[in-house]
Design a protein around this ligand. Structure first.
Ligand code: R5P
Length: 296
């Protein structure tokens, strides 16, 4: 049935590519990657002439290397005259650079969107892109799939949710946390986060006088990068007497020993998807990705 289809798994998404191929029955192709001493990547892959290709490559660090590798794989499919190219980018890098926050800043997600549009690919699929603004640069052929229902289902199946309150670290992520809380049938609040756009420093305060004493907290965010947003949130929540904290996010980049620091700040556990493969990535995205590609 899928004779003409192939899943091309990039070096950043091997596990996901394998899972997706197993789930869908679509043949897996793993390009050969070599990294030279100067940091350049070399990719070798067999011909995909007339094939319906799905390339999967997440854009976590080293971000720029993963981007160029993705562009190389798309370029090769184009040169081979693949019948159709679908690209899955589980974690979309640069999506936080979606506005000119400080005069003169480059809106890098707009550049990335332009590069991908250049190839005129059939469909682009991503998971929980940071903002609506970043999504808007891609035009009509991008599908932004939410992993929130999958994360909520994982929590319902594995965690005791008695006395839980769902918390978003900022207002920007409130609707995401609301969606999560609705599935759990729990109350939800957001904290007040202010970022100094010059230094990147953040300050977090409680928004409401909600009594959090003795509550079990589920902190929901789209991503953890340095962990600062979550660390500051945990410190504040602990000061307010919460019983324990579970952190749930889609993309856990966990840079600069963020995992250790987050645990030191009071979080008991972190659960994320495998858009970024690591110790916390307990939730496999291949189910929802399969639904997005099965009819392509
Ligand atoms: C911000 O608006 C995002 O939703 C995340 O909260 C933030 O980007 C995470 O970054 P970090 O872990 O460095 O605080």
């Amino acid at each position: 049935m899928f004779k003409n289809r192939v899943i091309i798994t990039g070096p950043a998404s091997e596990e996901l590519g394998i899972n997706l191929s197993r789930k869908s029955g679509i043949q897996l192709m793993k390009p050969e990657i070599k990294i030279f001493s100067d940091g350049e990547s070399k990719i070798t892959m067999e011909s995909v002439k007339n094939k319906n290709c799905t390339i999967i490559q997440s854009l976590y660090p080293p971000i720029d290397r993963h981007i160029i590798q993705l562009l190389m794989m798309i370029h090769k499919c184009k040169l081979d005259r693949a019948a159709k190219i679908t690209v899955i980018i589980p974690y979309m890098a640069y999506a936080r650079q979606d506005k000119e926050f400080v005069k003169g800043e480059v809106i890098t997600i707009a550049l990335l969107a332009k590069l991908l549009k250049y190839f005129n690919i059939f469909k682009l699929i991503t998971i929980d892109i940071h903002s609506k603004e970043s999504l808007s640069y891609f035009g009509g052929n991008i599908i932004n799939v939410s992993a929130i229902p999958l994360l909520a289902r994982y929590v319902l199946d594995n965690i005791d949710t008695y006395n839980v309150i769902v918390v978003s670290p900022d207002y920007g992520g409130f609707s995401r946390a609301q969606k999560f809380a609705k599935i759990l049938k729990k109350d939800v609040i957001y904290l007040n986060k202010n970022r100094n756009r010059q230094t990147g420093d953040i300050k977090i305060e409680t928004k409401y006088g909600t009594d959090l004493k003795g509550k079990k907290i589920i902190l929901v965010d789209d991503m953890i990068s340095t962990g600062n947003s979550i660390i500051k949130s945990c410190e504040l929540l602990k000061k307010n007497g919460v019983a324990n904290i579970l952190v749930v996010c889609t993309h856990a980049l966990l840079l600069n020993e963020a995992l250790i620091k987050i645990k030191q700040s009071g979080a008991n556990e972190i659960i994320s998807t495998n858009s970024v493969p690591n110790l916390c990535s307990k939730v496999d995205l291949s189910d929802i990705l399969y639904s997005s590609i099965k009819d392509k």
